[in-house]
Structures are given as structure tokens and as C-alpha cells.
Write a protein that binds this ligand. Structure first.
Ligand code: FES
Ligand SMILES: [Fe+2]
Length: 415
């Protein structure tokens, strides 16, 4: 149980809040570049700030304030130029550094004038990696964009799922430190869902946990489990899989015909909304898949029907089940009335890690997973119980990637 002040401190991400300051020290994904095949601008709300991401005709991405500084029309209507984005209303052009590059009528009226030098719009740095556009909203100098293994690994195909989740980011992350939910939400409840859908082929039986463990390590918290019939010799315990600080789950699977590795990335939009990314890769036999071709798909938000009953069809997968658990805790889970048990020790460790890193930032230091030396950022390997999948290519091509997406697949999961 937390006090109201503690809960607010852990969940509020706006400018000049302790958690907002911590989250601003990291690069966050804001778009898949494959989305920009059919668009030039994208609405971005990140850590409580309204922005527009655009790609100009030279291919450069820019992240600028959502409203034109002139008379405030939204830049979502902006027209891409060779360099920069032109406001639809009166044609002023802004570059990716926020500078005003053109100011048509003002320049005609006063050719010698220097008005445009006085005009800027908000801007933040962006970088493209692994088919994603990342943004950094923190103080300069920006740290390096971490090159986590599956972002830079060769010989895989990838897909990218997205949902805008109407709840605070912390309750989603806490789910990552909660292995016990797998046997109930993704097995017992999933079996009930299969019954409701009269889908006997989807019925699953529950595999109880007999032991769970959490170890702080260099990049976050390593999670371990022993399930009924298993032992500490199993990879699930001996290796485990990590929560990557501050807001990613690394997961994978290499059994029952499923072979993939992935991240779930939870990016705070504001205090009551989270941008959720499912990033997955699959063994490939040599197909060259370009980052601009990575499949992008939206994950539906489960809801109740007109009779206030669950939409079972939207709950028939891991992500639908997780989303229902996260969202129904409320826009910001009330931790002043929670009742934590022994199964929640990973959540307690994670909250302590957040507190410790908020203090480091307040004291002027670099929090966990800040990389500034390129030699330590070439390929950051994350141990994972299902790693051997990469030694045995199984799937071929993008269609396979979509078909076997962990989001779209059945009740199998490792969390
Ligand atoms: S409002 Fe954008 S140029 Fe006038
Ligand atoms: Fe889950």
C-alpha cells in the first residue's frame, strides 16, 4: 500500500515532476517508419506534451510543437517541403531544429527584415533505429540511443504492434513484475474465454507456479519462475527473462512451435494514457526485410458490449487479456487501497528501483541504462530463456511474422 503522495510521485510524468524528469532521460519510440509510407505527419503526445512528428521530402524526421507559433493552426495539416514542414494556414516553414525557415508574406513585405530569426517552435531530437522513430525530451546532452540486441540483430523479420491504452503506464509495468498472473489471466481465464467462444481447440490448462524470483541486474530486474513439474535447472529459473529499466519487458518463446523474441515498451502519453508497443522478431532464412516494410498493426482495446458483458472475441489473445487487466484498474490505479501479497515482491522491488533512480536524477546523476560511450552500445545483449531460437531459423518472410505475432497468437506466453 502506498500513500496518496507516493502514488502520485510514481505515476505523474508531466514536466518538472520527479517521474517526468526520470522518464525524460530516456529515448522513447513514437512511430514505426512503415507508418510514414502513407502519411507525412503524425500526432504525438508524449509525457504530457503535444507534438507533431513529420517527415520532409528529403526523408528527414522532425518532432515539433503541435501548433504553429504564428496563429496556432495544428501542424498535423502541415505540407512537407524538401526541408521542413510548411504550416497549412499562412505557409510558414519550420525545420527539425524548430527554426523558422520561410515566412512568405513577411519576407515579401520586408525583404531585409529579420523577423523569422526571432520565431521558433518547440522541437526535440529524434533518431531512427530498428524501424522505429525515437524521441528524447530530456536535458542536453542526450545519451546514446541504446542498441538492445533485438533492435540491431541481423537475420530476423520483424513486426510492430501498437495500442493507445487509457490508463497510467505504471500499472502496465507492474504487470511485468507479476508472473503469477500468467497462470490465471492467460491460462485459467483464457480457458474460460475459450468456453464462452465455444472454441474447444483453444482450451488450455493451468500450470501453477511453485516459485518466483527477482534479481536486480545491470539493466533492470531478471525474473525467474519454477512451475509445477519443473525445477531450478529449467531455463525459466536458471536464466529467466528481464524487465529492462525503466519501461520495457523483454520476452520470447521457443517452444510449442512458436519462436520469437520481443519487447513490450510502455511509453507514457500523459498520466492517464500509455502508448504501448509490441516489437517482435522472428528467425528468417535470409529474406531481406527493409525497416520501412516492417508490418505495423493496431491492437484493439477490449471493451464491454451493450449488455455490459465482455467482448470475448477481443479477449481471445494475451494482449486482450492484459489490456483488460491494466485498464480496469482505473485511469491511475489507487495504490492507497491495494493489498499486496507475497506474489507482489517483484512489484515492490521495481518501485524501489524507480525511487532510487528518481533520486539519482534529482541529484544530477545519470539513471540506470544511460549509455554515453559508443563502445558499450554496439550490441547490448539481454539474457533470455528462449534465446536458442535464433540458432534454428523456422519462419520465412513477413507474412509469417504477422501470423506468428505474439499479439495475434493464442494463449502461449512468457511474461
Ligand atoms: S498559423 Fe501557421 S503560418 Fe499562420
Ligand atoms: Fe500478461
Amino acid at each position: 500500500m502506498l500513500t496518496a503522495e507516493q502514488n502520485q510521485r510514481l505515476t505523474s510524468v508531466g514536466p518538472s515532476t520527479p517521474m517526468g524528469d526520470l522518464m525524460r532521460r530516456y529515448w522513447h519510440p513514437i512511430a514505426a517508419i512503415s507508418q510514414f509510407k502513407t502519411r507525412h505527419t503524425s500526432r504525438v503526445r508524449l509525457l504530457g506534451e503535444d507534438l507533431v512528428l513529420y517527415q520532409d521530402r528529403s526523408g528527414t524526421f522532425g518532432l515539433i510543437g503541435s501548433q504553429c507559433p504564428h496563429r496556432k493552426m495544428s501542424m498535423i495539416y502541415g505540407v512537407p517541403e524538401e526541408q521542413g514542414l510548411r504550416c497549412a494556414y499562412h505557409g510558414w516553414v519550420f525545420g527539425e531544429d524548430g527554426s523558422c525557415l520561410e515566412q512568405p508574406y513577411e519576407e515579401t513585405e520586408d525583404p531585409e527584415g529579420r523577423f523569422k530569426e526571432k520565431v521558433t517552435t518547440q522541437s526535440y531530437p529524434v533518431e531512427v533505429m530498428a524501424g522505429l522513430v525515437f524521441a528524447y525530451l530530456g536535458p542536453a546532452p542526450a545519451p546514446l540511443l541504446p542498441r538492445w540486441d533485438i533492435f540491431v540483430k541481423d537475420g530476423v523479420v520483424r513486426d510492430i504492434g501498437y495500442a493507445e491504452v487509457p490508463c497510467n503506464w505504471l500499472q502496465i509495468m507492474e504487470n511485468t513484475l507479476d508472473p503469477i498472473h500468467v497462470e490465471w489471466l492467460h491460462q485459467n481465464f483464457a480457458d474460460f474465454i475459450a468456453q464462452q467462444l465455444e472454441a474447444p481447440e483453444k482450451r488450455v490448462s493451468r500450470t501453477p507456479h511453485v516459485k518466483i524470483g527477482f534479481d536486480e541486474f545491470e539493466y533492470g530486474i531478471m525474473k525467474r519462475r519454477v512451475v509445477e513439474g519443473g525445477s531450478e535447472e529449467d531455463e525459466d529459473w536458471a536464466t529467466g527473462h528481464p524487465m529492462v529499466f525503466p519501461n520495457m519487458l523483454r520476452q520470447g518463446l521457443n517452444r510449442k512451435g512458436y519462436r520469437w523474441q520481443g519487447f513490450q515498451i510502455r511509453v507514457p502519453i500523459d498520466d492517464t494514457h500509455t502508448a504501448h508497443w509490441w516489437y517482435a522478431c522472428y528467425p528468417d532464412d535470409g529474406d531481406q526485410q527493409r525497416p520501412e516494410d516492417y508490418t505495423f498493426f493496431k491492437v484493439p482495446i477490449p471493451e464491454l458490449d451493450e449488455d455490459d458483458q465482455p467482448r470475448w472475441d477481443l479477449l481471445d489473445n494475451n494482449s486482450g487479456q492484459d489490456l483488460a487487466a491494466w485498464i480496469t484498474q482505473g485511469p491511475i490505479a489507487d495504490r492507497t487501497t491495494e493489498v499486496l501479497g507475497r506474489s507482489d515482491k517483484g512489484i515492490i522491488l521495481y518501485r524501489q528501483m524507480l525511487e532510487e533512480n528518481m533520486r539519482i536524477v534529482a541529484d544530477g546523476g545519470d539513471p540506470k541504462n544511460t549509455f554515453r560511450d559508443p563502445s558499450t552500445n554496439e550490441y547490448i545483449e539481454l539474457a533470455n530463456e528462449s534465446d536458442p531460437m535464433f540458432a534454428r531459423p523456422l519462419y520465412n518472410g513477413q507474412a509469417a511474422a504477422t501470423k506468428y505475432s505474439p499479439v495475434l497468437a493464442g494463449p502461449l506466453t512468457v511474461e
